[in-house]
Design a protein around this ligand. Structure first.
Ligand code: AMP
Length: 451
């Protein structure tokens, strides 16, 4: 299957081949013909599947086919709504890149930056607007934005948008769009809320779903490194130095934790920066740019801050702390091994996190191999403590707090759950030899790594 066979123009095919894409990904192969035909689309696809090109390429083609003369002011005809600023900036960059041989123009409209340059920009031609909902509403309120000629609407990462509490904003935006238009909705999951939104929005949509990353995770090597709570930073430094890891994306649960870890890594001579919702947009963009070029060895991020990170062949994702919400694990490790390249997702798990790990293994329906690094064996005398500091949820506004109190799991719960998952010996590997590790002492096994 080639991009030309999907009906894309020579200009678009040239742009994608220059990006190094040789063939369409499954979501592209299915979505492009649907969008080109003008129909509505409901697509189940996560970041990493190539979904951005899946909607951007056919939109560029459709808008070109019916383009008004390139001179003078023309109305905005396509609106792409995105939950986070980083992702919006990246999607718009893709629009520009894929459309570089076409005459269309695009614009990013995000919060956290001065609104005036955006108002200025809106005075010249914009064909495709890529926006986060909050700033878009600011413009509507100030009457600096006209959406009355929108022909195509994309809701990208719709599930995230709802998770982040944007439903009311989305409804306000939908209410002012022209009724006659093409609608494309992308979501990684299909909750009742998403189905409701899709029902109200889409007109006889084509439905496509590509394999979730947790079903296609063969390209991602997942490992659990058992370690004591207080020795995680030491182990992380050891792993980064020992295996010469570069471009390591590390997840922490809180903004404070992200800052602290970045500082400590710098003290260990590992260049690291933290990104999270408290940082200015400029600081986040700078950190991301340095990370992408490889100048910055480690980027420490909270879940929401990391949502928009899109780096090809990101080799290492580390869960310095396990996420409170199991789905976040899937999103986190989806940052590696993207679109066909291999990656490694390592989780540093202490005794407090066994219950979280158990939930993740249940969700992903797989047992993650345990690797014990010699010298970092957990001290069996240390007891599980509750995980109290899940405050970083504040970034997402109305985000659900499923994880509260889960840290209490610890030994007690893990022990009761160990029974069906025992006999997992072969997956326990010795880091030094690569061979199955000796069985842990009984007291350890009863901890069970959440099993
Ligand atoms: P997305 O799911 O849109 O965030 O895309 C994930 C990554 O895959 C991005 O880094 C894209 O540049 C890359 N990508 C998209 N389409 C293709 C393709 N057909 N072949 C190879 N890589 C691709």
């Amino acid at each position: 299957m080639t991009f030309s066979a999907l009906g894309l123009s020579d200009e678009l095919v040239r742009a994608v081949s220059e990006r190094g894409y040789t063939e369409p990904t499954p979501i592209q192969a299915q979505a492009i013909p649907v969008v080109l035909s003008g129909g509505d689309l409901l697509a189940g696809a996560q970041t990493g599947t190539g979904k951005t090109a899946g909607f951007t390429l056919p939109i560029l083609q459709r808008l070109t086919a019916s383009a008004k003369p390139a001179t003078g002011k023309a109305p905005i005809r396509a609106l792409v709504l995105i939950p986070t600023r980083e992702l919006a900036a990246q999607v718009e960059e893709s629009v520009r890149d894929y459309g570089k041989y076409l005459k269309l123009t695009s614009m990013t409209m995000i919060g956290g930056v001065n609104i005036n340059p955006q108002i200025q920009r809106l005075k010249s031609r914009v064909d495709i607007l890529v926006a986060t909902p909050g700033r878009l509403l600011d413009h509507l309120q100030q009457k600096t934005l006209d959406l009355s000629h929108i022909e195509i609407l994309v809701l990208d990462e719709a599930d995230r948008m709802l998770d982040m509490g944007f439903i009311r904003d989305i409804k306000k935006i939908l209410a002012i769009l022209p009724r006659q238009r093409q609608n494309l909705l992308f979501s990684a999951t299909f909750s009742d809320e998403i189905k409701q939104l899709a029902d109200g929005l889409l007109n006889k949509p084509a439905m496509i779903e590509v394999a979730r990353r947790n079903a296609t995770a063969e390209l991602i090597t997942q490992k659990i490194y058992p370690v004591d709570r207080e020795r995680k930073r030491e182990l992380l430094t050891h792993l980064i130095k020992e295996y010469n890891w570069h471009q390591v994306l590390v997840f922490t649960r809180t903004k404070h934790g992200a800052n602290k870890l970045a500082e400590q890594l710098n003290k260990d001579d590992i260049p690291a920066l933290a990104i999270h919702g408290n940082k200015s947009q400029a600081a986040r963009t700078r950190a991301l740019a340095e990370f992408k070029t490889g100048k910055l060895q480690v980027l420490v991020a909270t879940d929401i801050a990391a949502r928009g990170i899109d780096i090809i062949e990101l080799p290492h994702v580390v869960n310095f702390e396990m996420p409170n919400v199991s789905e976040d694990y899937v999103h986190r490790i989806g940052r590696t091994g993207r679109a066909g390249s291999e990656g490694e997702a390592s989780s540093l798990v202490c005794i407090d996190e066994h219950k979280l790990l158990w939930d993740i293994e249940r969700l992903t329906k797989r047992e993650i191999p345990v690797v014990q690094v010699p010298g970092f064996e957990p001290d069996p005398r240390i007891k599980a403590e509750p995980i109290l500091n899940g405050q970083n949820r504040g970034q997402g506004g109305g985000r659900k707090q499923q994880g509260q109190g889960q840290g209490r799991g610890g030994q007690g719960q893990a022990r009761t759950r160990a029974a069906p998952r025992t006999g997992s010996g072969p997956s326990r590997t010795n880091a030094a030899t690569g061979k199955p590790a000796a069985r842990a002492p009984a007291s350890h096994r009863s901890g069970g790594y959440g099993r």
